[in-house]
Design a protein around this ligand. Structure first.
Ligand code: NAG
Length: 436
């Protein structure tokens, strides 16, 4: 009798252990992930008024780090001119919410300043360490067939491109790089989160659904993304709506359990100013967030930050900052100074719109109707080479896009001229004539 009780107890204990093992095995098998996680996080802008992009990016780094991804597997690209800008009242500190912690501390400076380029980004992503030798930290993603890759990007965008500090990354170059990575078996699954205006246009009708890639974007192919969290002390926006939505979700949720799909739904719900989109292989979104942002439970135990809704379209940030500065100015001289700057900004915007429209008028040999059409809808960008060349010429000859970001709001007209079948040489010569 005693013997059989002992036998039953041992049996129960054994089967429980087996059950746990089986359960863990099942869990592993379901997700089938025992590789490494690699990440690239990029802020594509510079300038203090673009504070938010570097704050978002630093925050993304902190999420990955808090969840146990070692620095060797994270590459950070940011201009790094904001934390120690003389405009920053808290030197060496960046925050991503008015009540949030410093996100700048400990961020590796892999590639800063002029090293933040689309070419370097693609070399880092595709693991081309030879190309990066002698540049920045030289760190690249050394991912293999069992590994996961996570990419986060925050900056300005326009149809078919995302901006870097002094040039642009075009949608076909990004998608080609990803396809090459797939062919070379450089990942098991790859996830991209992209914050930019018209960010959906980077993947729409382009990102393949059978190469194990899942992407979400802050906006659909034809709308702005939105900045948020204006800070009166720092006199700038601290975050972008889509970005802070997923970042705060990763800070507060148990990402070892939450799926990418759930995070997408939460982010989509919180981002009520633009349309958060998903592209690629959506079956990947049933995977656990932690398999891309770090599997270790975060040691942080902060209460969720209070919600603040003060979203403004990203392209209008310079205007809103100046308007707030006028409101907040304590002296008459300061008020006047900011009013003059605001008037100047509005004048530049009028000049840029006028210039683009005049280029369209000239390219179409004075066809008023066609000119009007090219200024109305977003382009489909069937001829990327034409678009690229026209944007480049506009950047060289008319307005440098990194200094005149409003240009990103207008270059869609150049895309429409290409779509209308106007030869690229004609568009380029019109640009040179108008902007000479
Ligand atoms: C977005 O949601 C917040 C919180 O529910 C709300 O306060 C805000 O007015 C909403 N904004 C828009 C544009 O609907």
């Amino acid at each position: 009798m005693k013997g059989s009780v002992a036998f039953i107890l041992v049996f129960v204990a054994l089967s429980q252990a087996t059950f746990v093992q089986q359960f863990e095995k099942l869990n592993r098998a379901r997700n089938n992930f025992d590789g490494k996680i690699w990440a690239v996080v990029v802020a594509g802008s510079n300038g203090y008024y673009n504070y938010r992009h570097q704050a978002d990016t630093c925050h993304a780094y902190q999420v990955l780090r808090n969840h146990g991804i070692p620095d060797e597997q994270i590459v950070v690209m940011m201009y790094d001119d904001v934390a120690n800008s003389e405009e920053n009242p808290t030197p060496g500190i960046l925050i991503n919410h008015p009540n949030g912690p410093d996100v700048y501390k400990g961020v590796p400076k892999d590639y800063t300043g002029k090293d933040v380029t689309p070419e370097n980004f693609l070399n880092v992503l595709t693991g081309n360490s030879r190309a990066m030798l002698g540049t920045g930290s030289g760190k690249v993603i050394k991912s293999g067939p069992n590994d996961h890759v996570f990419v986060y990007f925050a900056d300005h965008g326009a149809p078919g491109l995302i901006a870097f500090p002094t040039s642009e990354l075009y949608k076909n170059d990004l998608n080609n790089a990803i396809e090459t990575m797939h062919q070379r078996k450089r990942y098991k699954q790859l996830v991209l989160y992209v914050e930019a205006c018209e960010s959906g246009s980077m993947f729409d009708n382009l990102l393949k659904t059978d190469i194990n890639v899942f992407a979400t974007t802050a906006a659909n192919p034809s709308e702005s993304s939105y900045a948020c969290y204006f800070d009166e002390k720092r006199k700038t926006y601290l975050g972008d709506r889509y970005s802070v939505s997923w970042l705060e979700d990763s800070d507060n949720e148990n990402i070892e359990m939450e799926t990418l799909h759930k995070q997408y739904e939460v982010t989509k719900k919180k981002t009520n100013t633009s349309h958060v989109m998903q592209y690629g292989d959506t079956t990947i979104s049933h995977e656990i967030v932690g398999f891309f942002q770090g599997e270790k439970p975060s040691a942080l135990n902060n209460a969720p930050l209070p919600p603040i809704y003060d979203d403004v379209p990203s392209p209008d940030v310079p205007i809103h900052i100046l308007q707030r500065k006028i409101e907040l100015a304590t002296s008459h001289d300061d008020k006047l100074k900011y009013k003059v700057l605001l008037e100047k900004e509005q004048e530049i915007r009028r000049r840029i719109s006028w210039t683009v429209k005049t280029i369209a008028f000239h390219s179409t040999e004075g066809d008023k109707e066609l000119t009007e059409l090219t200024t109305l809808s977003k382009p489909s960008l069937n001829d990327m080479e034409c678009y690229k060349a026209a944007v480049q010429e506009f950047d060289n000859t008319c307005f440098e896009l990194d200094d005149f970001e409003y240009g990103y709001r207008q270059i869609f007209v150049l895309g429409n001229l290409c779509d209308a079948g106007i030869p690229v040489e004609k568009i380029m010569s019109s640009i040179r004539i108008i902007c000479h």
